[in-house]
Design a protein around this ligand. Structure first.
Ligand SMILES: [Zn+2]
Length: 186
């Protein structure tokens, strides 16, 4: 399992390497990648090779699938409570499983829909040999520290890609970052 590395730059306009962050092939397909953290969305375009790019674009947003699944489950649960419940016998109405059904439907939707979407995306675009990850292999994750100093922070899986990324932006990387990734300071 590849490990995520964090990379800090002192300004917030970076040159993105024309190299696939997942398999290191030369890359020309722009893929907008969003990193969600609490209520913040951080979006950056990276370049992927075509097979990795198509796979990354297909990676469903599990958070939104869960939200939609929850709403669908709540809708079904309400329909059940409004439509069916009054027609049930008294014995059924006192059954705790029957009473919990609307809640069970909501939870099943929130868990089931993301699971199903991820499974179908994995079937369409299986993990290929040489890929660091299924889905995004690089993210822009905001600013270093608590954001007071400005700059930009990324995380990525492939040390080879990170080295190239740091090399292209060496003027924004401190000596420790350059040293760590074997790049001569800009
Ligand atoms: Zn690739």
């Amino acid at each position: 399992m590849a490990e995520w590395h964090s990379i800090d730059f002192s300004r917030n306009a970076q040159v993105i390497p024309p190299l696939c962050p997942s398999c290191l092939a030369s890359a020309a397909m722009p893929v907008r990648t969003t990193h969600l953290f609490l209520n913040q969305r951080y979006t950056q375009t990276f370049y992927y090779c075509e097979p990795c790019g198509k796979q990354t674009e297909s990676a469903p947003s599990l958070f939104f699938s869960a939200l939609i699944g929850l709403l669908l489950g709540a809708f079904a649960g309400n329909a059940f409570a409004l439509g069916m419940y009054s027609k049930l016998s008294e014995a059924m109405k006192s059954n705790s499983v029957v009473n919990a059904l609307p809640l069970i439907m909501m939870v099943s939707g929130a868990v089931g829909l993301p699971w199903w979407r991820r499974r179908s995306a994995l079937r369409r675009f299986p993990l290929r040999e040489g890929q660091a990850a299924w889905g995004p292999a690089a993210y822009y994750v905001g600013t270093p520290g608590f954001g007071f100093g400005g700059g930009a922070r990324y995380k990525a899986l492939r040390p080879e890609w990170i080295r190239e990324f740091v090399r292209l932006n060496a003027d924004q990387a401190d000596a420790a970052t350059c040293g760590r990734w074997g790049v001569s300071p800009g």
